[in-house]
Design a binder for this molecule. Sequence first.
Ligand SMILES: [Zn+2]
Ligand SMILES: [Zn+2]
Ligand SMILES: [Zn+2]
Length: 145
Amino acid sequence: MNAGKGRGSGTSKGFENILVRMRELIVDRDGARLIHGVEVCGVDVDAETRCGHWNSPIDIIAIKFKCCGGWFPCFDCHAETTGHLAEVWPASDFGEKAILCGACGYQLTIDEYLVSDSSCTRCSAAFNPGCEKHYHLYFAAAATA
Ligand SMILES: [Zn+2]
Ligand SMILES: [Zn+2]
Ligand SMILES: [Zn+2]
């Protein structure tokens, strides 16, 4: 019968895409983000676990917390997101997989991480060696001597 009219406009689709992108940005902002299948909570968490507090190229680990079992990029992210006091891992739990490599998704045990020389034992990505200064926030003193 009649021709014409079949022309769909591309603008609404483009607009939808913008909305989707905006929604992604908003979700990123207020918390949880899936990183290699692990839900990491924090402030402005990026795809490799950097956060609003620590975001140099080598800040790519997330840490699982003893208190709530959740994964966070850093101590401050945990404090700001959960509002409760963090519990450190006792030495008896150092076999627990509590360090997530943001580069490859490998989970290191605390023991493994402490002797890793600040790099991933699977993909060799460099971790921030400065984290060493904050071990006491996450792990009970490992010293047994
Ligand atoms: Zn907690
Ligand atoms: Zn943080
Ligand atoms: Zn890795």
